[in-house]
Design a protein around this ligand. Structure first.
Ligand SMILES: Cc1cc2nc3c(=O)[nH]c(=O)nc-3n(C[C@H](O)[C@H](O)[C@H](O)COP(=O)(O)OP(=O)(O)OC[C@H]3O[C@@H](n4cnc5c(N)ncnc54)[C@H](O)[C@@H]3O)c2cc1C
Length: 404
């Protein structure tokens, strides 16, 4: 039988997972990669450990982690979800571990294990790899594609477009008739200059809440003070959900932080109970809330309360200003910083133009699109890769079940 050719454009997570799952008996598989090497983002992902997926096995729950793509991915995840990803990697000799927060990593703590598994599996399917081969042009002619890439030009019956979010690849897809939602960064941290945070880089608050009053947006979770401002899951989540609105504000906006995740009334009740039982303590000695001693002293400084003052002598005005700093502290955000462990782009191919049964383009015949090039992205935690694996698997499955 004459094999049909599948050209996969982009040797990243989505492209490789697709190649690894296409049946070599049916197709001649090519990967065209512009860089010197493939899987470069996988290599640096998760701080070099590769957070390969998330232990969330219910598709309805899973889609909640995708600010863009949640509706469309539901059917995709019912066909291939994190449990299937884990099974796939284990079958390809990668031992995995689930961390306390649900993130899944290779047992080796090295993205190399994931890369080796993907490369070996793609090689097993006789995938022909062309590095340093940037695809510049794609021409559709009589139901086959002519691809101009680097110095070569070649023909393919099917195209799998998995280039990630590079502006040039958006242009290429636009020239082929696809609409592109303009890209903006997602998953970033907030730059804040405020005396309360000064010198506390590395201090975290496990149960914080963050509000952006102007956008009526709210998130809860762990919060981390950095050299530049605030980070941690709560900030990253809100940065992803509000990626577009915050870009429109040019990253200048006000936030309100609750460092202890308790309302002022709850915090006041705790304070009163503590004071009832420990009336002889000074305010600095009073460990009432889940914050470090140093941070507590800074709160006292900003509330203008002398640390040696007896807790029984704290006035209601002093208490109010102390609790406002802990539970309702306003900050101005002045720009953003990149979250180094994982950063992604919101925006990309308009989702209406994709058939999510098999990830086929609704604009072009025999043309599939997957991965970060689509207007799909997730909060941090392994969800971005999961979208790549699931979408790529669907493409391979669709190709493998075609009859000619
Ligand atoms: C620092 C960092 C850490 C991350 N960590 C995690 C993590 O731990 N967990 C997680 O879930 N997500 C993580 N992510 C996000 C994740 O890496 C991406 O969502 C994922 O890599 C997207 O895969 P992709 O295959 O769509 O694109 P990519 O991985 O970007 O691959 C696209 C490939 O296409 C190539 N290409 C582009 N244009 C062309 C062209 N015209 N011709 C030929 N080749 C082309 C590129 O060179 C690239 O190799 C991280 C991202 C970053 C930047």
């Amino acid at each position: 039988m004459h094999k049909k050719t599948v050209a996969i454009i982009g040797g990243g997570a989505a492209g490789y997972f697709c190649a690894a799952n296409i049946d070599r008996n049916l197709y001649h598989i090519l990967i065209l990669e512009q860089g010197n090497d493939v899987l470069q983002k996988v290599k640096i992902s998760g701080g070099g450990r590769c957070n390969v997926t998330h232990a969330c096995f219910d598709p309805r729950e899973l889609v909640q982690f995708y600010p863009r793509g949640n509706r469309e991915l539901l059917s995709v995840f019912t066909k291939f979800q994190p449990g299937d990803t884990m099974e796939w990697f284990v079958k390809h000799d990668v031992s995995l571990k689930i961390e306390e927060d649900g993130r899944v990593f290779p047992e080796s703590n090295s993205s190399k294990s994931i890369i080796t598994a993907l490369r070996n599996a793609a090689e097993e399917q006789n995938t022909e790899l062309h590095t340093k081969t940037p695809v510049k042009n794609i021409i559709l002619k009589d139901n086959t594609y002519l691809i101009q890439a680097g110095n070569i030009s070649l023909e393919a019956d099917f195209i799998v477009f998995t280039t990630g979010s590079s502006p040039k690849s958006f242009q290429l897809l636009a020239s082929l008739g696809h609409s592109i939602v303009p890209p903006v960064p997602s998953l970033f941290t907030f730059n804040i200059n405020d005396r309360l945070l000064e010198g506390f880089s590395g201090t975290s608050f496990p149960n914080a809440e963050i509000n952006i009053p102007g956008l009526k947006a709210q998130e809860s979770g762990a919060l981390l003070i950095t050299h530049w401002g605030l980070s941690g899951p709560a900030v990253l989540k809100i940065s992803a959900w509000e990626a577009r609105t915050l870009a429109a504000l040019e990253y200048q906006f006000d936030i309100r932080i609750n460092f202890i995740g308790k309302t002022i009334y709850e915090a006041e009740a705790l304070f009163m109970e503590y004071r009832g039982n420990h009336s002889k303590k000074t305010i600095t000695q009073s460990r009432i809330f889940d914050v470090t001693g140093r941070f507590w002293n800074r709160v006292l400084e900003l509330a203008k309360i002398l640390p040696d003052k007896s807790i029984s002598n704290i006035s209601s005005k002093e208490l109010k200003s102390l609790l406002r700093i802990l539970c309702e502290k306003d900050f101005h955000v002045n720009g953003k910083s990149t979250f180094k462990d994982e950063f992604v782009t919101a925006g990309g191919v308009e989702l209406k133009e994709i058939n999510f049964k098999n990830m086929a383009s609704r604009k072009l015949p025999n043309f599939y699109i997957a991965g970060e090039v689509l207007n799909i992205d997730a909060v941090t935690g392994g969800f971005n890769f999961q979208a790549c694996w699931s979408e790529a698997f669907l493409i391979a499955q669709d190709l493998n079940t075609k009859t000619f």
